[in-house]
Design a protein around this ligand. Structure first.
Ligand SMILES: *Cc1c(COP(=O)(O)O)cnc(C)c1O
Length: 426
């Protein structure tokens, strides 16, 4: 039944058959003790595409040679820098080009979108989210609620897994939405949970929330560039993401937003406006009276960070070339192989437990390992053996093999290290 085998020859055979293997060489790998590491930390910071430097240098050159004229009078005018990434972002997010734009950073973008979409009124005030959300999202919701003069305790509803379970059941999320009913203003949660690695059923969640008259937004930090997304056809109202995790665009680089087409020309939505969201053809008239651009562009505030956008584009072009369906296909096989090897090796040793859903439709590339024996020493041992994952308190190791730059042999070599650790720590 199971197609996988625990052998180096088998891993190498999978690598030979891998149509995406050429992409590995497009990235720089860090070294530890002179050896390239096995990098399983793209969920935190993606590797640097070798082309990033060339893309940035092009804009540095224009800046050096043309300075202010680079805004309009160059082969790639900065005036339209936010348009460069639209084709790739639309592909990655399952959106129309007018529904997406690269701008600001993730938390700032979510605040800007909540200003427009979280409009508590009468008894419809509540926000539904997953328990144990990424801290920035907790602070975001808490401060949004207080901004409207409401109490976080009474307004934010957190959905928790059932006793003894680690992930949320879709039926429980949908039931919670129905239960809040007319009191629900907004669902704002992760698309893919950073700690457990669970991918939520965004389509069903959106449908259920809309039935109750609420709006829906997703934080796609861990889903973007990792999982299949169809934001437009799912009818999601808004979403935001960062580009430095699976999108490999560099530390702290530009984020992005999605606003569904149905809101594209709704000038009634309140927003915190800036000149870059103002009607492009009138922008330099420098006059009063904000007229938002249609679509996501109307939420822009500032002119884009060109050098950051260049690095972002180097990565986006790789995604366009590889294509999300092919990346997902490999990702399922690669993470499936990792899961198989972990189960083979840890067996019933009680050393660890995989808390990411076993159903591959409910996860991306990351597996989260709850460590029962050995604690952080297990993680440190991985690192000493050239494996970069990440540790999350109190006792979870996240391992994220990405289809762009990880190989099946990487996964096999990880398994060997895990096997050694098991003998040390159990
Ligand atoms: C990584 C991450 C963030 C980080 O937010 P920034 O504004 O980019 O610093 C926020 N939310 C989630 C869910 C994340 O995974």
């Amino acid at each position: 039944m199971n197609p996988y085998r625990y052998s180096l020859a088998y891993a190498q055979e999978l690598d030979r058959d891998d149509h995406l293997r050429r992409f590995r060489n497009r990235f720089y790998f860090p070294k530890v003790n002179g050896h390239e590491v096995i990098y399983f930390c793209g969920n935190s910071l993606g590797l640097q595409p070798k082309a990033a430097k060339d893309y940035i240098e092009e804009d540095l050159k224009i800046w050096a040679e043309q300075a202010v004229d680079g805004h309009f009078d160059s082969p790639k005018p900065w005036f339209t820098v936010h348009k460069r990434g639209k084709e790739a972002l639309a592909h990655i997010l399952g959106a129309k080009e007018e529904e997406v734009v690269a701008m600001n950073s993730l938390t700032a973008n979510l605040h800007a979108l909540m200003v427009s979409f979280y409009r508590p009124k009468g008894k419809r005030t509540k926000i539904l989210t997953e328990a144990g959300a990424f801290p920035s999202d907790m602070y975001l919701l808490e401060s949004q609620v207080k901004y409207h003069g409401l109490s976080p305790e009474q307004t934010i509803v957190e959905i928790k897994p059932r006793a003894g379970e680690h992930s949320l059941r879709t039926e429980d999320i949908l039931a919670a939405i129905r239960q809040e009913g007319e009191e629900l203003a907004c669902v704002m949660m992760a698309g893919l949970q950073y700690y457990t690695g669970q991918l939520f059923d965004m389509e069903q969640i959106t449908k259920a929330a809309h039935e109750q008259g609420a709006v829906v937004g997703f934080d796609l930090a861990h889903a973007v560039g990792n999982c299949p997304l169809e934001l437009h056809s799912w009818g999601v109202d808004f979403a935001a993401w960062c580009s430095y995790k699976y999108l490999n665009s560099g530390p702290g680089n530009v984020g992005g937003i999605f606003v569904h087409e149905r809101h594209a020309n709704n000038a009634q939505l309140p927003r915190f406006a800036g000149w870059w969201g103002h009607n492009e053809s009138q922008r330099f008239n420098m006059e009063k009276g904000f007229q938002p651009m249609s679509g996501a562009d109307g939420w822009q505030m500032s002119n884009g960070n060109v050098l950051g956008m260049s690095a972002h584009q180097a990565s986006l072009d790789i995604f366009l070339e590889a294509g999300m369906p092919k990346l997902r296909e490999k990702s399922l096989l690669l993470t499936g192989f990792l899961e198989y090897l972990i189960r083979e090796i840890s067996g019933d040793s009680g050393m660890l437990e995989i808390i990411t859903p076993a159903d591959q439709e409910q996860r991306g590339c990351q597996l989260s390992l709850l460590i029962h024996k050995g604690g952080k020493a297990v993680f440190d041992d991985f690192y000493k053996n050239g494996i970069v994952g990440d540790w999350r308190n109190p006792n979870v190791i996240r391992i994220a093999p990405t289809p762009l730059y990880n190989s099946y042999e990487d996964v096999y070599r990880f398994a060997k290290v895990l096997e050694q650790s098991l003998s040390k720590f159990t």
